[in-house]
Design a protein around this ligand. Structure first.
Ligand SMILES: *Cc1c(COP(=O)(O)O)cnc(C)c1O
Length: 436
């Protein structure tokens, strides 16, 4: 598969180059040149396939012959070594729990897949790569865990001091080996700005190969297609036969719009999804755009669903491309709603009190998206539960928090000692990268 830049001013590249570069030289996002749908019989018979087979079927055209079939299957098996349960919360409303991986956020699958691809390319052609990433919380932990011990890859994570939860901080500062954490005296936007500057700084990029590990990277973005197919398989085989001819709607708590965009790619391959809901917090560029037709990026505001505090979602341009840059077509496939912190807290309480379900703030917003849609429509709906509530304890009601058991994955990092270098200005980052 060839990938081209959505800015159209850079040469086409292979899967490997797109993964290693992250972003095209013209600063555009890479996009697959030619997407082939999968035979409808595959989705009709999806219950006969294992998760690993489904993943392989969905991803194979995007990797092409650049990773041998057996190796790619091994990578998939290794990446998907945990469960993705679909849980019925109310009649025809389901939660797809994507938090059973090592760092308990959905980003684990993409981070692990990307790390293993880089590791494979590195064996063929040893060349040290530095993954440089800014995090508002969950990305850092998933990337640290996914890349730990991968030969040929150094990881440098910038995070805003005092702005990530204790669990999140431990997850990204305690692993050691090839993972280094930089604690930045500032907010997430400062971290992000420094990272962007480093990618443009030839005095750094002439010396070391930098790549990104957020959802602009195709190897982190595309594996997220798997979730939607796993959910569909479970819905088809385990739940309410009487609902099977109802519409199927997914509600995705969205920040950078990578996860939802992967769902739309799965739909493009033939997965029968009728509609997407992008549910978000007060950072509402997309809901406003769908309402007014005016796309206006904003500086992000802080909320209790902080992984979605994004004012200018990177992947939205890919979503437009998937809808042929046709606004009407997009509006027929995507609805989007924004919710306040108070509504989010109320939804968490209601889910617990009425349905005995503990959601994190992001999942709760996904649920709210569905409730809003169902006011005027009928459908079977799935919301994505993108993180374990333990990661957001300070914003979960105390009564609920007391009921959450500490998972093994979290327990094991909490006792470890934090190691981070403190920085506040760009020259410090630069010196760090050039001297590490
Ligand atoms: C990253 C993240 C999101 C947002 O996902 P995008 O792909 O950036 O839209 C939602 N919830 C949680 C818990 C996250 O970590």
């Amino acid at each position: 598969m060839q990938y081209y830049s959505l800015n159209n001013k850079a040469p086409k590249v292979s899967f490997q180059d797109a993964v290693v570069k992250g972003l095209a030289p013209d600063k555009g996002l890479y996009f697959p040149e030619d997407i082939k749908s999968i035979d409808t019989s595959f989705f009709k018979n999806i219950e006969n396939y294992s998760n690993n087979d489904i993943a392989y079927e969905l991803i194979k055209q995007f990797v092409g012959d650049e990773i041998p079939t057996n190796t790619l299957k091994e990578i998939i098996a290794d990446v998907l070594s945990f469960d993705f349960p679909l849980v019925e919360v109310e009649k025809d409303i389901y939660s797809l729990e994507l938090y059973h991986g090592p760092t308990m956020a959905f980003k684990d699958v993409g981070a692990r897949f990307m790390a293993r691809c880089l590791s494979y390319f590195n064996k063929k052609n040893p060349n040290q790569v530095t993954v440089l990433v800014a995090t508002s919380g969950d990305t850092g932990g998933a990337v640290a865990s996914g890349f730990l011990g991968v030969k040929g890859v150094d990881v440098v994570i910038l995070y805003p001091s005092g702005k990530v939860s204790d669990v999140q901080e431990k997850q990204l500062t305690t692993l050691g080996k090839n993972i280094r954490a930089l604690e930045v005296d500032g907010v997430f936007d400062d971290c992000q700005a420094m990272v962007k500057k480093a990618f443009l700084d030839t005095s750094i990029t002439d010396e070391i190969q930098l790549t990104s590990a957020n959802s602009i990277n195709i190897a982190r973005w595309l594996p997220q297609m798997f979730y939607f197919a796993f959910a569909y398989k479970q819905l088809k085989t385990s739940f309410r036969a009487e609902s099977r001819n109802k519409k199927l709607v997914f509600s995705i708590p969205s920040g950078n719009y990578g996860n939802i965009c992967a769902g739309m790619m799965a739909q493009k391959l033939g997965l029968p999804i009728d509609l997407f809901i992008a549910a978000t917090n007060e950072n509402k560029v997309v809901p406003t755009y769908l309402e007014t037709g005016v796309y206006e990026p904003k500086t992000s505001v802080q909320t209790i669903s902080n992984a979605m505090d994004v004012g200018d979602p990177s992947n939205f341009i890919r979503i437009e491309k998937l809808h042929d840059n046709d606004f009407e077509k997009l509006k027929n496939n995507l609805h989007s709603y924004s919710f306040t912190d108070n509504q989010t807290r109320e939804a968490m309480l209601k889910l617990y009190n009425n349905h005995n379900y503990i959601a994190d703030p992001h999942g709760a917003i996904g649920y709210l998206g569905i409730k809003k849609y169902l006011e005027n429509n009928k459908a079977q709906c799935i919301f994505l539960e993108t993180a374990h509530p333990i990661k957001f304890l300070p914003v979960v009601d105390q009564k609920i928090a007391a009921k959450i058991e500490m998972p093994e994955q979290i327990k094991s990092v909490l006792g470890k000692e934090k190691v981070a270098d403190q920085i506040s200005l760009y020259p410090e980052l630069k010196a760090f990268l050039l001297n590490k």
